[in-house]
Design a protein around this ligand. Structure first.
Ligand code: NAD
Length: 313
């Protein structure tokens, strides 16, 4: 199977590596010149539970990629989806796109570029870290689920699941994929948002009564919005994920906290922001999510404002 990974950062490189190890013909597309140069010069170093391997996988900028492929695996940050798909638009006449990106609204974003019957959507609990250009890591067992956006079963789904499993990805075709997506989003709204704002890790949030209460409130609001939208998200599953994070991911630094510390843009619009917007359309109150979305956006805006104005002071 020929698989093109669009956005070969932490997740794209780890999935690309595993698919390559499983026998798929993988090409990585990215715009990070340092990563492209490092992978070309020394190979992609990927640290997995099985050990560290250095793999020879082709990598290039999206605009120079010409070969036809069976699948585009989309792993940019959500706010780069449009630009990335636009760059490879000539491939979108025939090739399906699978997004395992976090958050709400990925189908709608991708549907601006190709018809619904070629969009596949899912979620993964796989953690991945971009250590340095040419170097990524991913540890621990994790599930990956996906389905066709239009809910129709296709041979392609079986082929992708087989290619993933061959490389050690615990992949499942999940007809109830929207529930899985919303459950992970509810978890992320609580844990990412609160970790980013409190500068704390899940262990610290779980140890604080205020932290726990607010985290459960945020997640419960998101689950209510999912259910009001007709998605059967399970609040108990989300709470179990959160308790697991409080107890087992004690010192894990959430990606949104890493982004905030590094002054990078976050995916808040597709998490608490999307919950707030969906809730407003449905006439549901989500005060905790609204506040978290505004506070994280304030951090982003204030950083830009301070940078701009400090230079004048
Ligand atoms: P990342 O920033 O490490 O990787 C994104 C990559 O996209 C970068 O290498 C960037 O250079 C590239 N990119 C940006 N614009 C591009 C363009 N126009 N064309 C091609 N490539 C482009 O991010 P990540 O951590 O790998 O996350 C990717 C997605 O997966 C996000 O939606 C994230 O929420 C989700 N996710 C991440 C994790 C994790 O543990 N890292 C876990 C589950 C889901």
């Amino acid at each position: 199977m020929k698989i093109v990974v669009l956005g070969a950062g932490a997740m794209g490189s780890v999935f690309g590596a595993r698919l390559h190890l499983g026998g798929a013909e993988v090409t990585l597309l990215d715009v990070n010149e340092a990563h492209i140069a490092a992978v070309r010069e020394t190979g992609l170093s990927v640290a997995l539970d099985e050990g560290t391997q250095v793999l020879d996988i082709p990598i290039m900028r999206p605009e120079v990629f010409v070969d036809p492929s069976d699948l585009i695996l989309l792993f940019t940050k959500i706010f780069h989806t449009d630009a990335a798909l636009q760059t490879i638009r000539r491939h979108l006449n025939s090739t399906p796109v699978l997004s395992l990106q976090n958050g709400i609204g990925n189908v709608e974003r991708i549907a601006r570029h190709l018809p619904m019957e070629r969009i596949l959507i899912g979620m993964t609990m796989t953690p991945a870290e971009f250590i340095a250009p040419g170097k990524v890591a991913s540890y621990g067992p994790a599930t990956t689920q996906f389905h066709a956006a239009d809910g129709q079963h296709r041979q392609l789904l079986d082929d992708i699941a087989a290619a993933m499993r061959a490389g050690g990805i615990d992949a499942a075709i999940d007809p109830d994929i929207q529930a899985a997506i919303w459950e992970k989003a509810a978890f992320n709204c609580a844990m990412n948002g609160l970790c980013a704002l409190s500068n704390a890790t899940p262990g610290a949030i779980g140890a604080s009564e205020a932290g726990r209460t607010l985290a459960f409130e945020v997640a419960d609001e998101a689950v209510s919005v999912a259910r009001a939208s007709g998605v059967a998200a399970d609040p108990d599953k989300v709470r179990a994920l959160m308790r697991h994070a409080f107890a087992q991911h004690v010192f894990h630094e959430a990606s949104m906290l890493q982004d905030r510390k590094a002054g990078r843009r976050t995916e808040i619009d597709a998490l608490n922001g999307a919950v707030s917007e969906t809730a407003a359309r449905l006439g549901i109150a989500t005060p905790a999510n609204n506040t978290i979305a505004r506070l994280v956006r304030l951090f982003e805006d204030a950083k830009d404002w301070m940078t701009h104005h400090q230079s004048k002071a």
